[in-house]
Design a protein around this ligand. Structure first.
Ligand SMILES: [Zn+2]
Length: 294
């Protein structure tokens, strides 16, 4: 077990907000799909009762369900930004990316009346080739980022050369606190072990062993991400490619019980609360990295 507080993040999107597979509905079709996000988020809020963690909310969801953003905020959680339309960042021009994140940030801030400090890219789609996005994230007023996937490449992003633990990125626009997703080595391959499909795929014992190794041996917090759909065995099924179908639908039945158990086993907090002392210069014990060497 461990006494360190770990970082729990929930990416608020619908079951159909999937990118990189033609079997998923297009943006134009989204508004015709059944909405399950409010019902599932209620369940997540109930499981997280007593904790304050970070919710990365898609602008599209915030526009359709402003009351859901208020509900999460009023339950004591941090509202952070997952962009507007859930496109891969590397498919956007710099201008399109800037517009996407600033639109979603403004929407979320208008709903809560609070500054939105953090950003996470859809599918962690910031990789070595589009690190310019981090500079734009900082320029648009975000003070921390959680888009780095320091493991083998997925459809979205990923690189084993990324630094694995929370650090400060020194950018031209200023400092950005960076929270890479936690990863581990399995058969010589660096992999994420506790987020989305990886969380549903790996057995509890394996996940716990890795959390405790990172907490107790490396003295680092674990960064975990989950979506409402990860605890929803009744979501409509899309005709995805076989590999995506496996990653998307494996282990849904046990998702909720597994999530409850995980939440009850460790201590949690949000990224904003972790980052603020570094943003305000009260703490300075995080490693500092240059953008060329993340
Ligand atoms: Zn997402």
């Amino acid at each position: 077990m461990s006494s360190l507080k770990n970082l729990l993040t929930i990416d608020i999107e619908e079951w159909y907000n999937f990118i990189g597979d033609k079997g998923a509905p297009s943006f134009e079709e989204w508004s015709k799909c059944e909405s399950r996000v409010e019902m599932l988020t209620e369940k997540i809020l109930e499981i997280l009762e007593g904790y304050s963690v970070t919710f990365f909310i898609l602008g599209f969801i915030g526009r359709q369900h402003p009351q859901l953003v208020k509900r999460i905020h009023n339950a004591g959680h941090e509202i952070a930004c997952h962009g507007e339309k859930h496109d891969f960042v590397f498919d956007l021009s710099r201008q399109q990316f800037r517009e996407d994140i600033s639109r979603a940030k403004k929407l979320l801030e208008d709903i809560t009346g609070q500054p939105c400090l953090g950003y996470r890219a859809p599918a962690f789609s910031i990789k070595k080739s589009n690190l310019w996005a981090l500079e734009i994230i900082r320029e648009e007023g975000f003070l921390y980022d959680a888009s780095i996937f320091p493991a083998v490449r997925t459809a979205g992003g990923g690189s084993t050369r990324f630094f694995k633990y929370p650090h400060i990125l020194k950018l031209k626009a200023g400092n950005l606190v960076e929270f890479p997703v936690s990863s581990t080595r399995l058969f010589g391959v660096q992999t994420v072990f506790c987020g989305g499909g990886f969380f549903r795929f790996f057995p509890r014992s394996y996940i716990y062993r890795n959390i405790e190794r990172i907490n107790n041996k490396d003295k680092q917090p674990v960064v975990i991400y989950l979506h409402p759909r990860d605890i929803d065995p009744h979501q409509p099924r899309m005709k995805l490619k076989p590999m995506n179908r496996f990653l998307y639908y494996y282990g849904l039945k046990e998702g909720e019980a597994k999530f409850r158990h995980l939440v009850n086993r460790y201590k949690w907090w949000g990224m904003g609360d972790f980052a603020k002392p570094y943003i305000h210069g009260i703490k300075s014990d995080l490693p500092v990295k240059e953008i060329e060497k993340v």
